[in-house]
Design a protein around this ligand. Structure first.
Ligand SMILES: [Fe+2]
Ligand SMILES: [Fe+2]
Length: 364
């Protein structure tokens, strides 16, 4: 609705100010007025609010930041702990980050043991650090949006997951936390270790085949083996942790690490890097790299999870096809408990090396 504004002499100015008379409109057609107001005002306002929220957080962080990877890890863990304490039960970012760190370390260590020469193989501990900080950008996002994505945790079930996330909110959740995370990492310097952290934070959602999965997310010019191994490892570790219980992607449909692995294998070569998945398998089960590679080759879906028309069909594929495979079942029966035990001790050692207090990265 256009209103002509008049000058003091009562003549039309000529220039039309396009405004909406919400009050008048709201009286006659309240729902339409509300819908219009939401569409026109909510999303830009929300984006603006998030930007203001983030810059406020950054001013504080910039003052505190000291150079170095130890400082980065300590500061990120402090933020994740504060988030967990503030948002209580439903916040799982810290638990998820610890899980991603453990998976990432196991994969990097396996890659080194299998003779790979990528940068991360020189110091697999960095994969652990990268896992701990990969989602630190989420700690800057207003809790109202996080709550909507994660739902409300009633202990034995979670309700309202992803309830009514608007396009802007979905974009903020999926893309903004990566952008914010990379800015955060830059506060801690520009050395070689920090650059590795930047890759793990900035590329942890990039599709291995570079194909967009339908959500306008994570565009990247790099794909496949051009992505550094530590970034591919971060993506696989994040994926496997995200489809485990309590996490939103599958609404708790997958109840074990074996199930999550089965689901990940279907996406090998499309969304996920097969080499990292192979390292995940050999890092958690008593299976040779050759056997792991054969499993992946046989069970990966040619079009990946997103190619199986929808996420429900992908779950059915992972459960019925992959988990009915006798060799896969045999492989996952051979869990390598000794490796897992060694891993726990090593994690405590890393935590000390990064200057974290005892128990700071204990997974619950
Ligand atoms: Fe993420
Ligand atoms: Fe994550």
């Amino acid at each position: 609705m256009a209103h002509y504004t008049k000058n003091q002499k009562g003549k039309k100015k000529g220039v039309v100010m396009r405004t909406l008379d919400f009050t008048k409109h709201a009286k006659t057609r309240p729902l339409e007025a509300l819908a219009f107001r939401s569409a026109a005002c909510y999303e830009p306002a929300l984006e603006g609010l998030v930007r203001a929220f983030v810059s406020k957080g950054f001013i504080v962080e910039r003052e505190k930041a000291r150079l170095g990877i130890g400082e980065l890890v300590r500061s990120a863990i402090a933020r994740l702990e504060a988030e967990e304490a503030g948002k209580q039960k439903w916040s799982y970012t810290k638990t998820h980050s610890i899980e991603v760190a453990r998976f990432g370390y196991a994969m990097a260590r396996e890659a080194a043991a299998q003779g790979m020469t990528d940068a991360i193989c020189q110091d697999p501990k960095l994969a652990y650090a990268g896992g701990l900080i990969h989602d630190v950008g989420k700690t800057f996002i207003p809790s109202a949006i996080l709550v909507k994505e994660l739902g409300v945790d009633f202990g034995w079930f979670t309700a309202f997951r992803n309830a009514n996330l608007t396009t802007a909110e979905r974009r903020i959740m999926r893309e903004e936390h990566v952008a914010i995370g990379t800015k955060y990492v830059r506060l801690f310097g520009a050395g070689a270790h920090i650059r590795t952290m930047l890759d793990m934070v900035g590329l942890h959602h990039v599709m291995y085949n570079g194909v967009d999965s339908g959500v306008p997310s994570y565009p990247s010019l790099i794909r496949g083996k051009d992505l550094p191994l530590h970034a591919r490892i971060a993506k696989v570790a994040d994926f496997i942790s995200a489809v485990m219980p309590r996490h939103y992607r599958t609404n708790g449909y997958i109840s074990s690490i074996d199930g999550a692995l089965a689901y990940a294998i279907t996406a090998a070569g499309t969304e996920l890097d097969p080499v990292s998945i192979r390292c995940f398998i050999t890092g958690h089960y008593d299976v040779s790299p050759k056997q792991a590679a054969a499993l992946i080759e046989r069970l990966a879906h040619p079009q990946g999870i997103e190619g199986i028309t929808d996420i429900h069909a992908a779950r059915v594929y992972a459960k019925e096809v992959v988990r009915a495979d006798p060799e896969f079942l045999e492989a996952i029966r051979r869990k390598d408990l000794e490796k897992a035990g060694q891993c726990d001790d090593e994690m405590e050692g890393f935590a000390r090396d990064f200057g974290l207090p005892p128990g700071a990265v204990r997974s619950n």
